[in-house]
Write a protein that binds this ligand. Structure first.
Ligand SMILES: NC(=O)c1ccc[n+]([C@@H]2O[C@H](COP(=O)([O-])OP(=O)(O)OC[C@H]3O[C@@H](n4cnc5c(N)ncnc54)[C@H](OP(=O)(O)O)[C@@H]3O)[C@@H](O)[C@H]2O)c1
Length: 263
């Protein structure tokens, strides 16, 4: 099969090369997926998991890319809940060959069905930014209806997810961003926009203020902090635990007595 491979960490994206690689087989618990769309971020090339396996052995030449949407073409022994020809999307294992290829072998448990009315390109764009937003809001922030969320960079990959998920959870969403993105941000749901002075942002959008904003959460940039209010359990169901450690840009820290979100 054709795949994009990397062999030299120092070369960065300039070292990405189209090559022939063996088409993967479906090992025990694995599924083979024919890739229709793939997501890649350049910072992957700095992650240790791109270059070594879980015991630290060099695994280059490796195939980058960790988001995918495609169709199941083979089922390994022990796989359940999937069928040949099924549309799926996924966040792929950091430590295995990735999604910039025609086919991928992946554990069945890492796949989710992709509805027929969702394009492959949309499916492949969701996993990392969607899970980042979900984890920041619901796992770390324990967002509940009626609380407030500040989404910095609300027009961006994470911010747009934060805005939509928070609103669907009944939160009051304030978004920040650049003036050129104002309408795009409004299209994600907020119904009001107003300029902001003396800040390094161009606008703030607001919508759906609930009767009581008991605490607030900031998400979407490196400054992601639960800023006040008691800890409460999230009313939302937990997402699939598909994200290994070492994800791009994740961090958590303590701010006073409050747990702080990682976005
Ligand atoms: N994407 C992911 O899956 C992911 C996963 C984990 C962590 N993160 C982290 O989450 C943060 C956001 O990532 P992202 O992928 O959502 O980035 P993104 O798609 O580039 O979105 C960031 C948004 O913020 C805007 N922005 C930046 N500086 C601004 C300023 N001074 N004033 C107003 N708007 C500004 C950007 O506008 P311009 O494009 O015009 O600059 C862009 O719309 C980053 O810290 C990233 O490391 C992202």
């Amino acid at each position: 099969m054709k795949a994009i491979v990397v062999t030299d960490q120092a070369a960065g994206t300039a070292g990405m090369t189209l090559a022939e690689r063996p088409t993967p087989l479906a090992a025990i618990n694995d599924v083979v997926v024919q890739i229709h769309a793939s997501g890649f971020v350049p910072t992957e090339l700095t992650w240790p998991s791109t270059w070594t396996d879980r015991v630290g052995r060099d695994r280059s030449p490796s195939i980058p890319g960790h988001e995918l949407a495609g169709v199941v073409t083979a089922l390994g022994y022990g796989t359940t809940g999937l069928s040949i020809g099924q549309r799926v999307f996924s966040l792929a294992d950091w430590y295995r060959d990735g999604t910039l290829a025609e086919h991928l072998a992946i554990e069945a448990r890492n796949l989710a069905p992709l509805p027929g009315d969702v394009d492959f390109t949309v499916g492949a764009s969701l996993p990392i930014s969607g899970l980042t937003a979900w984890q920041g809001l619901f796992q770390h922030g324990r967002l509940e209806a009626g609380q407030s969320v500040l989404a910095h960079g609300a027009a961006g990959a994470v911010g747009s997810m934060v805005t939509q998920l928070a609103r669907s959870a009944g939160a009051y969403v304030i978004g920040t961003g650049r003036a050129a993105d104002r309408q795009k941000t409004l299209d994600f749901g907020p119904s009001e926009a107003r300029p902001v002075d003396r800040l390094a942002i161009d606008f703030v959008v607001e919508a759906d203020r609930a009767h009581s904003a008991r605490s607030s959460i900031a998400c979407g940039t490196d400054d992601c902090a639960r800023t006040s209010g008691p800890s409460r359990r999230s009313p939302m169901p937990s997402p699939p635990s598909t994200r290994p450690s070492g994800a791009r840009g994740r961090r958590s820290f303590a701010l006073g007595r409050e747990e702080v979100a990682a976005c």
